[in-house]
Design a protein around this ligand. Structure first.
Ligand code: SF4
Length: 210
């Protein structure tokens, strides 16, 4: 915690409300913890979509993904569903990852495959870097970041354990070739079935590109 807070103070990042981090063109997708999915369900359920990049595909062609992401608008930047005129419409209720951004940590394996925290997200591409961050604030950011990362990893582990039991019980297995074939067909307009892990169960979605 002390080390993380020290790095946060050294970076001196301050948000300038440019809104870049709330677009898919800048940041990929916004993955949601289960508790955030429940919040979205109470605000605007249509803002949810299965997170892109499903982890598994079984021999029957069904995909499995570890959670939901925020849907984006149909504009050039791929703005978050909740972004309006460069501002978050639900700022006071924004989600865990939005609160800690850009301090979410990148997990990168080294050459031996050991995963470590390497760097913060998108630094030098947005915001300002000359702000003095008080000790107390840096410790609070570090605490929130650690809490988010713990919650994220706990959810991922729950998903993997669930999938292991589910695949074993139903005699399913991941088949990479079917995964690749299905994805190719999806890109050409075919419908795919995606099971999303949420609240310790799988929810079914049928997806087709517009
Ligand atoms: S919910 Fe708000 S803060 Fe989070 S990505 Fe969307 S617009 Fe940005």
């Amino acid at each position: 915690m002390e080390r993380l807070a020290g790095i946060i103070r050294d970076i001196k990042f301050r948000c300038t409300s440019c809104g870049k981090c709330c677009t898919r063109s800048f940041n990929g997708h916004v993955f949601l913890l289960d508790r955030d999915v429940k919040a979205v369900l109470a605000i605007e359920p249509e803002a949810l979509e299965p997170a892109p990049g499903p982890e598994f595909c079984d021999q029957k062609g069904t995909f499995y993904v570890s959670g939901y992401a925020l849907r984006v608008q149909n504009d050039e930047a791929g703005s978050c569903w909740f972004l309006k005129d460069g501002r978050c419409r639900i700022y006071d209720q924004r989600f865990a990852i939005c609160r800690i951004y850009p301090y979410m940590l990148h997990r990168e394996p080294d050459e031996e495959g050991t995963v470590d925290w390497r760097q913060f997200s998108g630094l030098e591409q947005h915001g300002e870097y000359d702000e003095t961050i008080p000790d107390e604030e840096s410790m609070e950011i570090a605490r929130e970041t650690k809490e988010y990362e713990n919650a994220f990893l706990t959810q991922e582990i729950r998903f993997l354990e669930y999938m292991q039991a589910f695949f074993t019980r139903n005699r399913l297995r991941h088949v990479q070739k079917i995964y690749d074939d299905q994805l190719r067909a999806f890109r050409k307009g075919a419908e795919i079935k995606v099971m999303v892990f949420f609240d310790d169960r799988l929810e079914e979605h049928r997806l087709r590109l517009p």
